[in-house]
Design a protein around this ligand. Structure first.
Ligand code: FAD
Length: 494
């Protein structure tokens, strides 16, 4: 521990960022790098606790807490405080293949379990992580490292999101020849076509890492849907092992009156087409524009927030985000914020931008849509809503009950459905005859990652359901370890 009194001397500080009104004019990331002296002060706030909950990824009060990939946080905080950036980077890469992704988009459960958070705001772990790896790239410390020996085994990874990429990276390091199949035109999964560019830059950050993987020997085959463009059974037969990382891409629909109207889209149609247009540098081409429209987003989660930020960058006329759940509580100064720290009411980047432009948080809580209304051209023009109260039914389940007299009609020429995902798409799983769990995800135990078909492993959202980038990395690494064990009889992969 570099500075035992650091937590007493320095207050929590985050990097400065472009103001919400300024940043909506482009698709660039908007945080400025923190000066090195400030960063070292922030790292000095780490108390190097006897039990570092940030690193352990355990359960606290039945809730998952800490880092799902067990990042060695107190160690690299100490190294950062001492200015030993290269050593800090090495410690970071021991547990995390892609810290530049998590350092930008992770909701940082580590900070929610930081022990300093009992009395003070927690250590800025996420920003320190991001700064270490960004420095590594700047200094040219991250270069391709090809494995010393090849095993002669061939592994197919289906899906190139963070789970597939982590699995591919680990299996390649173990010396196997890895081919990643991706149905989209670019690899990256939701890192590429999901999370918008202003949160995670595609060319500067995502493709930069993919180029390193490619130079190390990982082969990417895009525009190829396994189960359609290439037979699933045939592929499984051709390879010594297969890792399924196909994500949970089936969106939840809202089947109310008027759902068939034009102008109502799933959030992912909107976000994917937008990023593709930016990357293809054809801004006037094939994307769903929110320009000049009253946009209503159904779903108050992170996907909805990304739709808010994207709509504002299109210069929408207004934006409203409907959320059926109640507004989370504000944090009161007297409350102990730990370990509930991240679960309090907060504005994310999209809400901040909407509030700066229109004067208020765009989220409307305990409210649901009841009907879409169309114009004479069959295009949506309004959405009918009602407020709900959450009560228990006779079985004791919580259900939303409409409150009479709270009905409203909002103008809407663009409606985006961002209500979560219902698990993986089924055709590929059916082709392979894989067992599913009760939520229709691929059945495979966490830790083993083996599906009902020998030699076929599953990781990420297709196994655990819609989750986080950091969990996808955890699962990709774990599935690679078990796949390596299956192929070689033993494994050195962590
Ligand atoms: P995915 O990233 O979904 O990748 C699966 C890939 O498999 C896709 O590219 C798909 O095209 C491909 N595929 C599917 N079927 C086939 C097939 N048959 N053949 C070939 N390829 C196939 N998490 C965070 O931690 N922070 C965030 O800020 C965040 N923001 C998000 C924003 C949005 C809009 C969404 C939808 C999710 C967000 N998440 C975020 C969640 C996170 O992105 C996912 O949990 C994570 O990407 C899951 O990784 P994965 O590799 O399992 O699947």
């Amino acid at each position: 521990m570099g500075k035992p009194t650091g937590f007493l001397e320095f207050l929590r500080e985050l990097p400065s960022e472009l103001s919400p009104l300024d940043r909506v004019h482009n698709w660039d990331e908007f945080h400025f790098p923190m000066p090195e002296d400030k960063l070292r002060e922030q790292a000095a706030r780490c108390m190097d606790c006897g039990t570092p909950f940030c690193h352990t990824g355990t359960l606290i009060s039945g809730m998952a807490s800490g880092c799902p990939i067990n990042n060695l946080i107190p160690e690299w905080n100490d190294l950062s405080y001492r200015g030993l950036w290269r050593e800090a980077l090495d410690r970071l890469h021991k547990t995390n293949n892609f810290p530049e992704f998590t350092g930008r988009v992770c909701p940082a459960p580590c900070e929610g379990s930081c022990v300093l958070g009992i009395h003070n705001p927690p250590v800025t772990i996420k920003n320190i992580e991001c700064s270490i790896v960004d420095k590594g790239w700047e200094e040219g410390w991250i270069t391709p490292e090809t494995p010393a020996k090849r095993t002669g085994k061939k592994v197919a990874v289906i899906g190139s999101g963070p789970a597939g990429l982590a699995a591919a990276d680990q299996l390649n390091k173990a010396g196997h020849s890895v081919t990643v199949y991706e149905r989209a035109d670019r690899p990256g999964g939701l890192l590429m076509y999901g999370i918008p560019n202003m949160k995670l830059d595609k060319e500067e950050v995502v493709l930069r890492r993919l180029r390193v993987l490619e130079s190390e020997g990982v082969k990417f085959i895009c525009n190829t849907e396994v189960g359609k463009d290439i037979g699933a059974e045939e592929l499984v037969r051709e390879y010594d092992a297969t890792v399924l990382c196909t994500g949970a891409t089936k969106p939840r629909d809202l089947n109310i009156e008027g759902r068939e109207l034009k102008g109502i889209h799933f959030a992912m149609e909107f976000l994917t087409a937008n990023t593709k247009a930016i990357l293809d540098r054809q801004p006037g081409s094939d994307f769903i524009s929110a320009e000049g429209k009253d946009v209503v987003i159904i779903g108050g989660g992170d996907t909805g927030t990304d739709c808010v930020g994207t709509s504002l960058r299109h210069n929408c006329n207004s934006v409203t985000q409907l959320e059926i759940m109640p507004r989370p509580p504000e944090q009161r100064a007297a409350d102990n914020p730990w370990p509930e720290w991240p679960k309090i009411y907060r504005m994310d980047y999209g809400q901040e931008e909407a509030a700066a432009r229109f004067g208020d948080d765009p989220r409307v809580y305990t409210t649901t849509a009841t009907k879409f209304e169309g114009d004479e051209n069959g295009h949506v023009k309004a959405i009918h809503t009602v407020q709900v109260e959450w009560t228990r039914n006779e079985k004791g389940q919580f259900i939303p009950k409409p409150i009479e007299g709270t009905e409203k009609v909002l103008p809407a020429q663009l409606v985006l459905l961002a209500m979560g995902f219902l698990g993986p798409e089924q055709p590929l799983l059916d082709d392979l005859g894989l067992d599913r769990d009760a939520r229709s995800n691929v059945k495979a135990d966490h830790g083993k990652f083996a599906t009902s078909l020998p030699g076929v492993f599953a990781a990420g959202d297709c196994r655990r359901g819609q989750s986080l980038v950091v969990w996808a990395i955890n699962e990709g690494r774990g599935a690679a370890r078990e796949c390596d064990r299956y192929l070689m009889g033993a494994t050195d992969l962590p």
